[in-house]
Each structure stands twice: as C-alpha cells, then as structure tokens.
Design a protein around this ligand. Structure first.
Ligand SMILES: Cc1cc2nc3c(=O)[nH]c(=O)nc-3n(C[C@H](O)[C@H](O)[C@H](O)COP(=O)(O)O)c2cc1C
Length: 323
C-alpha cells in the first residue's frame, strides 16, 4: 500500500515538514510504503491554461509532473497533503502541483474516464497557520477537497493547528504526536485488512494491467492489488489502453514494473499467473492460479477486447470467492 505525502512548505525543517514526517512514520509503522514529495524541490511549472488537457487528457508541459508525479498520484492508495497557510491558501509551489492536477480532472470530468482506484483512495489534510482565526483553514480545506476529488481520492480527515509560527513550534505542541498516531491509524486501518493479490504476466503491459484495473475498480476496498512482469516492458500497451477506455477505465500514467518490485515490501496472499508460457511467478506456500490466457500484444483490438472481457469475468468470480 503506497501512502504519498505532498509537502507544501518551502522552509527547510519547518513545522509542516515535522508534522508530515511524524504522520508518515506512523503510516509506515502500520505497514504502508511511504513516499514524500517536497513540492518546492520539484520542477513543477504552473498551469498555463492552454486547455490541451481538456481535449487530449494530457498536459503538454514537460516537467516532474509528467515524468513521475501523475504516476505517483495514480499509484497511491493514500494521499496526505501537508501545508502551511500562506494567505489563507497553500504556498505557490504546492498550488502549482494542485493546479496541474487539472489534467486528471479533465480525464475524469471531460473525458469521463474513471481512475480504477477512485473508490478506495483516501486523502488526508495536515495544515498549520500562525494566526488563530476561526476561518483560517476554510479556503485551504475546499482547495484540498477538490484537488483530492480530481485525483480520484476523497478527503477522509484532517489535523489543523493554529498559532504555529516559528520553526520548532509544531514540535513543541503537547498533543501532536498522539493526534498523529490516532489519525494515521483511523485513516489506513480499513485498507490494511485487504487481501493481497498479485497478477503476474511477462511484460506487465496488457493482461496483468487489465486484471489489476478491474480488481481495483470492482473491489479495491477489499483487495490490495499488485501487478508485475517477469520481463517488464518500457510502457503499457496502447491498444490495451484503448480497449479499457471503452469500459470507462483510465489506464493513463501506469508504468510496467517487475514482479520483484511489486512484491518487494509485501507478500501476496494469492498469485494469478496470466499465462506466460512459463511460470511468471511462484512463492512457496502461496495459493497460485494459472489463467492461461493468450498474449494479446501485437494483435488487433478485437483480440484485445476478447481478452479484456474474459479477464473481467474471471476477476468478477475471483472477487465472489472472497465474499
Ligand atoms: C508568505 C507567507 C504567508 C503566510 N500567510 C499566513 C496566513 O495567511 N495566515 C496565517 O495564519 N499564517 C500565515 N503565514 C505563517 C505560516 O503559516 C506559519 O509561519 C507556519 O508555521 C509556517 O510553517 P512552515 O514552518 O512549515 O513553513 C504565512 C507565512 C508566509 C511566509
């Protein structure tokens, strides 16, 4: 389970950094893999409102958003946004990342494509400000709520702190470590109970991607889906993307990975080999099934559609097994 932290403060070792690290440490202790992005250390251009994303679904700006942040936003099971208040909103570096998520908003609302993870993806807000006003976090909370919606998550909770100004103020707060412990547990406990299924094939570009998307879409709150390939391709198959688009599922920003990487930090309860001619994956003591499906790579879209529909049927019955 990947928990992605987005850190909005440009201050080195500031209050937000402390708060986010404490929260992510708790998530890690509970079993999540964690990754933090410091917005101000990334090359993220502001949105130029060219509207390309509304027609094509992709942002034409070439920077860290396109190279890895869109992919991480898609991969994450949990997104934690941590930020100081700057003029009742978020600092510009984080706001640029938020605005650039318009590309994901456009895919969802203009192109009507669903992120397969959107039913289970959770979001959380950590925010701090120097003053004490009643409305201090209102604008920011709305911004983060709609940012999370655009990236296929929902705002599940928040911790906000007033009167935090100088470096070190957050660290001295009497209840912060307890607050963080409680909220981190509440946030990911339901996701920790999920059974883990690995879908494996050779390239992790078609069959295992299709199966993992259907499993996430249909039962991502009950199943933690892993997928990998014995010899991963450089990119996922464009005809597969098209075939999944016909089902309303958005495969954009996915990248093939190796089986070793997929199971590096988590042991699957079940392995489904999609049919590689050789055993894609095997772990002693783990229930393993072979679906023996032909490889659709290089075949016309009708072939891909048949494989897609067959995989969907099998995923549906696999999920019934769990009920
Ligand atoms: C440019 C700027 C704007 C700020 N605007 C606000 C504000 O509108 N309201 C507020 O309460 N604090 C405001 N602050 C104070 C910060 O939110 C506060 O010092 C916070 O603790 C900084 O967290 P950090 O150490 O993680 O950067 C502002 C600070 C800066 C530098």
């Amino acid at each position: 389970m990947l928990a992605l932290g987005l850190q909005g403060s440009p201050r080195k070792n500031g209050n937000t950094s402390f708060l986010l690290s404490a929260f992510m440490n708790e998530l890690e202790k509970l079993g999540a893999q964690v990754k933090i992005i410091d917005a101000d250390k990334k090359n993220i251009m502001p949105c130029i409102e060219c509207s390309v994303c509304e027609k094509e679904g992709f942002c034409p700006l070439d920077d860290d958003m396109s190279s890895d942040i869109y992919t991480l936003l898609r991969q994450a099971d949990v997104i934690v946004v941590a930020t100081p208040i700057f003029f009742y909103s978020a600092p510009a570096q984080l706001k640029a990342l938020i605005d650039r998520s318009q590309a994901l908003w456009a895919r969802k609302y203009k192109l009507k494509l669903n992120d397969p993870g959107q039913k289970f993806k959770r979001g959380f807000l950590l925010a701090i400000g120097a003053t004490r006003g009643k409305n201090l976090f209102e604008g920011l909370t709305l911004t983060i709520k709609y940012f999370l919606d655009a990236v296929g998550a929902r705002l599940d909770g928040s911790l906000t702190y007033r009167s935090i100004e100088k470096p070190g103020d957050m660290k001295k707060h009497p209840s912060v470590l307890n607050d963080v412990k409680e909220e981190a547990k509440k946030l990911i406990s339901p996701l920790l109970l999920r059974k883990k299924i690995l879908f494996a094939c050779r390239k992790n570009s078609c069959r295992s991607q299709i199966a993992s998307a259907f499993a996430q879409h249909l039962a991502g709150d009950k199943i933690e889906v892993l997928s990998g390939g014995s010899r991963p391709a450089k990119m996922i198959n464009p005809i597969m993307i098209e075939a999944m688009r016909e089902k309303g599922l958005d495969m954009a920003f996915r990248k093939p990975k190796s089986i070793e990487k997929a199971i590096a930090e988590v042991k699957p309860d079940i392995i489904i080999n999609m049919g590689c001619g050789e055993k894609c994956s095997f772990l002693p003591g783990v229930r393993t099934e072979d679906w023996d499906l032909p490889d659709p790579a290089g075949k016309p879209i009708d072939f891909m559609r048949n494989i897609r529909d067959e995989i969907e049927k099998r995923v549906v019955s696999l999920i019934k097994d769990f009920e």
